[in-house]
Design a binder for this molecule. Structure first.
Ligand code: 8YV
Length: 318
C-alpha cells in the first residue's frame, strides 16, 4: 500500500505528477498557507509531510502531531521553522533541499546588491512617471567594482555570491564560525569576528542561517561597525536583522541602501521599510526559477522515497 503524504502547498505540475505516482497524496489546491491546527488535523492519518519554509513546526506541534507521521520533508534549504530537537525526540526524521537553490539564490543576492546600490527602485519610479532628464548627478549610486564585499555566512550560497562578485571586480571578505580551506576561500579574506568583517564591508551580503545565535545579529551596534554609506543585502532570513536599527540606519544615511528578499514575519513587511526610497525589495524570490523549484520538489520527493525504502535520505538533518 502506498504511504500517505500531506503536501502543505501546491507543487509544480512536474513534481505533482511524480509524487502522485509514488504516494497517496493529500494536496493543497488552495492559495493559502495552512495554520498549525490545519496541519495537525490534515496529517492525522499521514505517514509523512512535505512542507514549505512558511510552515512552523515547533515543540508544541511535535507534542501534538500524529504518531503515524515519521518524516517531514521540507521544500527549502533553510529549516529555522522546524524544531529539529523536538522532531528527534518524537522520532521524526527531517530533511531539507540543499545545493539545488544555491545558484538561483546567489543570483538574487547580486540583483539585490545591484538594485540597491544603483537605486533601481527610485529609478523605476522616475522612468514610470516620466519625470526625469539626464543629468551628471542624477541618481548617482555606489559602484561594486573596486569595493569590498563582506559575506556574513560563507556556506554554499555565500561562496556562490563570492564567485559572482569576483566577476564584478569586488574584493571578498567573510565571517564564518570557522575559516574555510584555501580551496573554498578562493582568495577571500577571513575575519574571525563580525566587527572586523563589518569594518571592511563597503557592501555586505547576509547569508548566515537563522539560529538562536544569529537572531538580530545585524543590530544597532554591529551596523555602526560598517563604513558610512554601506550597501547591505539579505537573502538569508529576516530574523537575522533588527529592523528598527536597520530602518534608523537607512534614514540617517549610515546605510546608503538595502536590498531585501526576506522579512521578519513574512509575508508581512515592516511598514516603515515601505516608506523608504533607498530600498530594493523582492517578495522572497531567492529560489524562484522553474529549474530550481522543480529540483527542490524532486529533492524533497527523493528524500521521502528513500526514507520509505528504508534508506537514509540524502538530506536527513537529524
Ligand atoms: C523557499 C528558502 O522557497 O529554501 C529556502 O530556505 O528560503 C526559499 O527559497 C521557501 O522557504 C519555501 O519553502
Amino acid at each position: 500500500m502506498k504511504k500517505k503524504i500531506l503536501v502543505t502547498r501546491n507543487l509544480l505540475p512536474e513534481n505533482e505528477e511524480r509524487i502522485k505516482k509514488l504516494f497517496d497524496v493529500k494536496l493543497n489546491k488552495q492559495e493559502k498557507v495552512y495554520t498549525s491546527e490545519e496541519i495537525l488535523e490534515l496529517s492525522k492519518d499521514c505517514d509523512g509531510i512535505l512542507c514549505i519554509g512558511g510552515n512552523k513546526f515547533d515543540a508544541d506541534i511535535f507534542s501534538k502531531i500524529s504518531s503515524t507521521v515519521k518524516i517531514i520533508a521540507s521544500y527549502s534549504v533553510g529549516y529555522n521553522n522546524i524544531d529539529i530537537d523536538a522532531a528527534s525526540k518524537k522520532g521524526i526524521v527531517v530533511t531539507n533541499t540543499p545545493e539545488v537553490l544555491t545558484d538561483s539564490t546567489a543570483d538574487i543576492a547580486i540583483l539585490l546588491l545591484l538594485g540597491a546600490s544603483r537605486r533601481a527602485y527610485e529609478a523605476r519610479k522616475f522612468a514610470e512617471e516620466q519625470k526625469w532628464i539626464w543629468a551628471t548627478d542624477f541618481l548617482l549610486g555606489k559602484q561594486m567594482s573596486g569595493s569590498n564585499l563582506g559575506i556574513l555566512g560563507m556556506g554554499r550560497i555565500g561562496r556562490a555570491i563570492a564567485e559572482r562578485a569576483r566577476g564584478f571586480g569586488m574584493k571578498i571578505h567573510y565571517h564564518n564560525r570557522t575559516k574555510l580551506s584555501a580551496d573554498l576561500e578562493q582568495g577571500a579574506t577571513y575575519h574571525d569576528n563580525i566587527k572586523s568583517l563589518f569594518n571592511k564591508s563597503d557592501f555586505l551580503s547576509i547569508n548566515c542561517p537563522a539560529t538562536k545565535d544569529t537572531a538580530k545579529i545585524v543590530n544597532e551596534e554591529t551596523i555602526n561597525y560598517l563604513p558610512n554609506g554601506a550597501v547591505v543585502s539579505n537573502t538569508a532570513r529576516g530574523d537575522v536583522v533588527d529592523d528598527e536599527a536597520m530602518i534608523k540606519a537607512l534614514k540617517n544615511g549610515k546605510i546608503f541602501a538595502l536590498g531585501l528578499d526576506v522579512y521578519n514575519g513574512e509575508p508581512k513587511i515592516h511598514p516603515d521599510y515601505l516608506k523608504l526610497q533607498n530600498l530594493f525589495l523582492l517578495p522572497h524570490l531567492g529560489s524562484a526559477t522553474l529549474k530550481t523549484r522543480i529540483a527542490m520538489g524532486n529533492r524533497s520527493i527523493d528524500n521521502l522515497e528513500n526514507f520509505f525504502q528504508n534508506k537514509r535520505p540524502k538530506d536527513q538533518l537529524n
